[in-house]
Design a protein around this ligand. Structure first.
Ligand SMILES: Cc1cc2nc3c(=O)[nH]c(=O)nc-3n(C[C@H](O)[C@H](O)[C@H](O)COP(=O)(O)O)c2cc1C
Length: 193
């Protein structure tokens, strides 16, 4: 990792990027309200196509509602995801895909921009959490249909992902492998498959 200049170590931002891990063991310690708000604020500041700001975030921190969400989300086929229920907060990432003109633009271009926007906003949350010593995990492996029904999410919202938020009880011992830089980027030619 190169820092900002010769001999300098990683920048604070690079340390955050390197330190972040998907956490699958959460401590029951609550999240301080101001830290939670800082994470939500980070999402609020994210860029979005046409500045549509499609993100809507349901903050589930009520124990009974969280149990209901976990039951709907992580039953049967999805039981590997049950660890998320240990986190004191689960963020439900919802999207309002935007005005017809933006949806048409997405269709013409073949890129679901609102999903890009949600990814950016979600990762803002993840990185802000990391800076504040909190832990997260992006989650797509859960029962979307039952969560939608269980939480009463109306049709006008897309359910995009869940994100447990809390303090890590255990961090993974190994860093999941990453492709090399040459394996993902190429100068003036198409990168290797
Ligand atoms: C969109 C998305 C969905 C994910 N869904 C899950 C999930 O359902 N369960 C899980 O344990 N991890 C999930 N992950 C975490 C990935 O497995 C993890 O990011 C990857 O293995 C790299 O590990 P790291 O995040 O610690 O660097 C998801 C990540 C992303 C970006």
């Amino acid at each position: 990792m190169t820092g900002p200049g010769p001999g300098a170590g990683p920048t604070p931002f690079q340390t955050i990027l390197r330190g972040r891990r998907s956490i699958r063991r959460f401590s029951p310690a609550p999240v301080e309200p101001e830290k939670l708000r800082a994470c939500l604020e980070a999402a609020r500041l994210a860029p979005s196509a046409h500045n549509v700001q499609p993100w809507r975030i349901m903050v589930v921190d009520d124990a009974a509602l969280k149990a209901k969400l976990a039951e709907a989300a992580f039953g049967g086929f999805f039981k590997a995801s049950r660890f998320a229920a240990q986190a004191p907060v689960i963020l439900v990432l919802l999207a309002r895909p935007g005005r017809a003109v933006v949806r048409l633009g997405s269709r013409i271009q073949g890129v679901p921009y609102y999903l890009l926007d949600m990814g950016i906003a979600g990762e803002h949350i993840v990185l802000q959490a990391e800076e504040l010593g909190l832990a997260t995990c992006w989650m797509g492996w859960f029962n979307y249909r039952k969560v939608r029904r269980g939480l009463g999410i109306p049709k006008s919202y897309r359910l995009v992902a869940l994100m447990p938020l809390g303090y890590a009880e255990k961090r993974p011992l190994r860093e999941p492998p990453r492709r090399t830089l040459e394996g993902i980027a190429a100068w003036n030619e198409v990168p290797p498959e």
